[in-house]
Design a protein around this ligand. Structure first.
Ligand code: GDP
Length: 433
């Protein structure tokens, strides 16, 4: 986990800030300068990331000067951290000790955010301007006691937390939902997999929410495969519309991690498949597109070309999804669906760092400066706000300038660089003030 150290001379409000960050209700604040306490570590969750906040209050009893002792402790704290919150007192103004601490921190070349504390109102921010002279680019005015701008500080920390690549594999269970109109082979799929894996299939006939479920273990992971609920098994018509309305009103898609859209090779890609795909896109789920009953196809190579063309044409808006030809009857390539589900879920969970995003956006802007109605679109800020699905927020000079084609262009740039195959990504634009 990323370590965030809170440093600064005594009595600037380090412990109050620490308490604010960790969300402790009753802040233990020592009013006596230099009160000695132990170092304090605490895990903090903000949005989808965690970090360790370290409070280094109580280093020194000598507040009049920058002592050797203080200097040594500062070195240790900064050395051990990934991000440094350098706290200063906005009420008293810059102290010579602040200057010395600043110099020492800079030598370590760690990401540093200068936190000007005790700024209780916006009007008071002007008092803190002198701290810009300490030479840090990232400056934020907060009030630890009142909680003012503490969320902005957390956002700044969040932006600088490197996404831990190992995190993407921490999931234990993946819920896969099979969607496709009646008779495409959903229950056959589940039964075949269950037979091969000797898994148990649960079936609840007669109820309106009957569905099949199979649990499969593989590589220490569990996959829960379900057929869409909401179909009357007893009255299994060829009614794709009824299926679709059940699918769109129920929670089956929301509950799943990955959706497998199944088309029938003996029937081709019709209106129902397109509608199901639209629904999946609306719900922002990762998708694998499959064509089942592949065992019935004789000229496989030609058919593969034909189906791929048809899918890419009719479901253009999902051109990021892979297409896999399967047979629920013979079991052909069913195993690949699980491998693929794992991969697309990883793409769906991906969180880009600020630096990664910088590179691609800078390239995109250089490649295609965008003007509309004689004005140039300017992207002032951007961030990946969440994963699952990946959501990117762009702060621009005027959202009216953002055209669909430009949105597409940005999406393509992100996909070209960071893959994101199998997952939708969301781009949001807002005005920058
Ligand atoms: P569901 O309504 O989507 O659950 O479809 P079912 O699994 O009940 O399958 C409908 C029909 O298609 C059944 O008669 C299956 O035997 C048949 N079927 C399913 N998958 C395949 C396949 O891969 N190949 C062939 N030849 N038939 C299949």
């Amino acid at each position: 986990l990323t370590k965030v150290a809170i440093v600064g001379r005594p009595n600037v409000g380090k412990s109050a800030l620490f308490n604010r960050l960790i969300g402790r209700k009753k802040a233990i604040i020592h009013e006596t300068p230099g009160t000695t306490r132990d170092r304090n570590d605490h895990e903090v969750s903000w949005r989808d990331k965690n970090f360790i906040a370290t409070d280094t209050a109580g280093w020194s009893t000598d507040i009049s000067a920058f002592s050797k002792d203080m200097s040594r402790q500062l070195d240790i704290a900064v050395e051990k951290s990934d991000i440094v919150l350098f706290v200063v007192d906005g009420k008293t103004g810059a102290h010579p000790t602040d200057v010395q601490i600043a110099q020492q921190i800079r030598l370590k070349r760690k990401k540093t955010i200068l936190v000007v504390n005790k700024i209780d109102t916006q009007a008071e921010e002007i008092k803190g301007y002198e701290f810009y002279e300490l030479g840090f680019d990232d400056v934020i005015f907060v009030s630890a006691n009142h909680g003012r701008s503490v969320h902005d500080l957390l956002d700044k920390i969040w932006e600088n937390i490197k996404y831990d690549r190992k995190e993407k594999n921490t999931w234990k269970t993946l819920k896969i939902i099979l969607v496709g109109k009646p008779n495409v082979g959903k229950s056959s799929f589940i039964n075949t997999v269950a037979k091969e894996e000797r898994s148990i299939v649960h079936d609840t006939p007669g109820t309106t929410r009957d569905s099949l479920t199979a649990r499969i273990q593989s590589d220490g992971k569990e996959y829960i495969l379900t057929d869409t609920a909401g179909l009357h098994r007893g009255n299994k018509t060829k009614d794709g519309m009824e299926y679709l309305s059940n699918l769109s009103t129920g929670h089956a898609i929301e509950d799943a991690d990955v959706a497998v859209l199944i088309a029938d090779a003996s029937q081709g890609i019709g209106e129902t498949e397109v509608k199901i795909a639209r629904l999946l896109l609306e719900k922002k789920k990762p998708v694998i597109v499959t064509v089942n009953k592949w065992d019935l196809i004789e000229e496989k190579e030609e058919a593969a070309k034909y189906f791929t063309g048809q899918l890419r044409e009719r479901i253009k808006f999902m051109n990021w999804a892979d297409i896999i030809f399967i047979s629920a009857k013979t079991g052909q390539r069913l195993g690949r669906i699980f491998q693929e589900a794992k991969l697309v879920f990883e793409q769906y969970s991906k969180q880009l760092t600020k630096e990664e995003l910088n590179d691609v956006i800078r390239d995109a802007l250089a490649k295609k400066p965008y003007t509309n109605k004689g004005r140039t679109l300017k992207i002032k800020e951007y961030v990946q706000a969440t994963s699952k699905p990946p959501v990117f927020i762009f702060s621009v000079n005027d959202t009216d300038l953002v055209h669909f084609s430009y949105e597409r262009f940005l999406e393509n740039c992100l996909r070209a660089k960071f893959d994101f195959h199998g997952t939708p990504i969301v781009l949001k634009f807002r005005n920058y003030y």
